[in-house]
Design a protein around this ligand. Structure first.
Ligand code: ZN
Ligand code: ZN
Length: 367
């Protein structure tokens, strides 16, 4: 079981942005690969805490993380696979709202900054929780949702304004200075490393290149969704940066329980009551299925707890084309017998039909 991001950083779920940053800074300084060269354990730990920080330091991502939970968040594609990643990969992944310089600026004297502000980055994925009535699991349905996401600013085309090559660094994003005989490369402070400066900021997006947008979208919820199924709506996440593709939108389904059907994977279970006379003599009963009631013959001598399978009357499979089964679980009800004459009749029957194997059980139960 993976640690959740709060545990990873050793902060409470109610931690403020500042507390999260402090916790990360402290851990990152301890586990940073440059501080622990060749130490694989430290490196792994660094990747993990960076992943946690990447999510918890971003207000939007943190909200989504809190609402869908760790496992859904990570398996939904929002989690980052850091196996084999290096420091720069991590930096790139979080380039958007993740200010590494803020965290590591004093640790590395700014020397690790790279000309990265122009990097093409894919937009963030978004997650929406949707409650699905049980009936829609069986038949599928189309939903209309109002979503809030960012889209590329149409006025500046995502550039944030008019730009030109930075006159200080000549567009390289780097400046070098002489430090005790060594030339130390560092980021150009005029352009922040992008190599470009804004001549005129876009008034619509205020230089961000994207704007908030509400959109009404239609989503087909397929048959067979379960709790925490994720339906991907491509390109409906947040806008990318510097021409990067938009992220995706994921509908995370929360299926309502049904009062009668219990679901286990693609199979359904329903408790069916029979009285002991029906169970003893056999009976033709009507049983519910999500596809309409069916009539079936329950054989004489049916026991409580016995299951009868109705093939393909369960939940349609989300992957593949099959359908699960429905199991009727028999629950035999025993009447309380009020009249002495009836009790006498039952005693007589007991003489003939008693089936208890308790003596056997007592024998076998000896240690
Ligand atoms: Zn704009
Ligand atoms: Zn510059």
């Amino acid at each position: 079981m993976a640690k959740d991001y709060y545990e990873e950083l050793g902060v409470g779920r109610g931690a403020t942005a500042d507390e999260i940053k402090k916790a990360y800074r402290k851990l990152a300084r301890k586990y940073h690969p440059d501080v622990n060269p060749g130490d694989k354990t430290a490196e792994d730990r660094f990747k993990k805490i960076s992943e946690a920080y990447g999510v918890l330091s971003n207000e939007e991502k943190r909200k989504q993380y809190d609402s869908v939970g760790h496992d859904a968040f990570v398996s939904g594609g929002q989690g980052y696979d850091f196996s084999g990643a290096n420091f720069d990969d991590i930096r790139n992944t979080f380039g958007g709202g993740f200010d590494f310089d803020d965290i590591f600026g004093d640790l590395f004297g700014g020397g690790r900054r790279s000309a990265g502000r122009n990097r093409v980055m894919r937009g963030d994925d978004l997650y929406y929780n949707v409650r699905i009535p049980f009936y829609d699991v069986i038949h599928g349905n189309e939903y209309e949702l109002n979503i809030n996401h960012t889209v590329t600013c149409s006025v500046c085309g995502g550039k944030g304004g008019e730009k030109k090559a930075c006159p200080t660094c000549g567009g390289t994003g780097q400046s070098s200075r002489n430090k005790g005989g060594f030339f130390v490369g560092s980021v150009c402070t005029s352009c922040g490393g992008s190599g470009q400066v804004t001549v005129k900021q876009c008034g619509t997006c205020h230089g961000k290149g994207h704007v908030e947008s509400k959109e009404r979208i239609k989503v087909r919820i397929p048959k067979g969704v379960d709790k925490n199924s994720k339906i991907r709506v491509p390109g409906k996440g947040n806008a990318g940066v510097n021409g990067g593709a938009s992220g995706d939108l994921y509908i995370v389904t929360n299926v309502q329980d049904h009062p009668v059907y219990r679901r286990e994977g693609d199979n359904l279970y329903v408790d069916v009551e029979m009285d002991m006379f029906e169970a003893a003599l056999g009976a033709k009963i009507e049983a519910p299925t999500p596809y309409g009631a069916v009539t079936l013959n329950i054989p004489a001598g049916t026991q409580s707890g016995q299951k009868f399978r109705l093939k393909n009357k369960g939940v349609p499979m989300l992957k593949g084309s099959g359908t699960g089964d429905l199991y009727l679980v028999i629950n035999v009800k025993i009447p309380s017998v009020a009249y002495e004459a009836d009790r006498e009749a039952l005693r007589e029957m007991m003489q003939k039909y008693a089936t208890s194997a308790r003596e056997d059980l007592l024998k076998k139960g000896k240690i």
